[in-house]
Design a protein around this ligand. Structure first.
Ligand SMILES: *[C@@H]1O[C@H](CO)[C@@H](O)[C@H](O)[C@H]1NC(C)=O
Length: 246
């Protein structure tokens, strides 16, 4: 334990520190390094790192306000090419007890870039819902993912149901099970670096075409981030992530 902490702090010390770093609100290099403020939270979330043979990842909160968060994450992972290593993300904190049916809009925007795209990774929204409003927020009965990018031939869970048009764009919809959780992944055919949409429209689509039970499912989390498989070093930068639940 002490050894890994020492390892992480020596990595942090070895990375080039610039004047910019001093303005950062948080540097998160621990496995579940966490920051919250202004109704948002950022997590380094290196949950799958044990499937790597080597690598590391740190996440940085650059600035925040009630109308959005700027953050970035730098990573390099080797080994386990079909395994997700982490989901560094920013979450809009969700008020407890809101069913999807009771929510009129989930307006969000994100502008992002990757410095090196010779990687296996996605850029994706991730929302969990559950019948139990007190369900743990790390999973749910249902998972809605919106893949804004699919880099290096990685795939979502399940099988393709073909193409659908939601929120004015074309998506390939994948459906499958992750344990007991049903996962819906809307996958863009080419990267969308500047995305703005009402995510309620995706739930509306699932309700009408996939029997998603909007009246009984509560929203648990409203995240956007990146899932690295392998590659790097690379930096994923979010100039601004905003999300609102109304
Ligand atoms: C972030 O996006 C939101 C929603 O579009 C906007 O209101 C806010 O001003 C943006 N923040 C910055 C720093 O650009």
């Amino acid at each position: 334990m002490q050894l890994s902490l020492l390892f992480l702090s020596s990595l942090a010390a070895a990375s080039p520190l610039t004047a910019l770093d001093k303005r950062q609100q948080a540097t998160l290099c621990e496995r579940y390094g966490y920051w919250s403020g202004n109704g948002y939270e950022v997590n380094n979330n290196n949950w799958g790192k044990d499937s790597a043979t080597s690598g590391q990842q740190c996440t940085y909160v650059d600035s925040s306000s009630g109308s959005g968060v700027a953050w970035h994450t730098t990573w390099k992972w080797e080994g386990g090419q079909n395994n997700v290593k982490s989901y560094a993300n920013c979450n809009r904190q969700v008020p407890k007890g809101r069913t999807i049916a009771s929510i009129s809009s989930l307006q969000t925007s994100i502008s992002w870039s990757y410095s090196n795209t010779n990687i296996r990774a996605n850029v994706a929204y991730d929302l969990f819902t559950a019948a139990d409003p007190n369900h743990a927020t790390s999973s749910g009965d249902y998972e809605l993912m919106i893949w804004l990018a699919r880099l290096g031939g990685v795939y979502p869970i399940g099988s393709s149901q073909g193409h659908v048009n939601v929120a004015g764009r074309d998506w390939e919809l994948w459906v499958g099970m992750n344990g007991a959780m049903r996962v819906y992944s809307f996958v863009a055919s080419s990267p969308i670096n500047d995305f703005s949409a009402d995510v309620k429209q995706f739930f509306n689509h699932l309700e009408s075409s996939q029997n998603f039970p909007s009246n009984s499912q509560h929203l648990l989390i409203f995240q956007a981030g990146t899932e690295p498989f392998t590659g790097g070093e690379t930096t994923f930068t979010v100039r601004n992530y905003s999300a609102n639940i109304a």
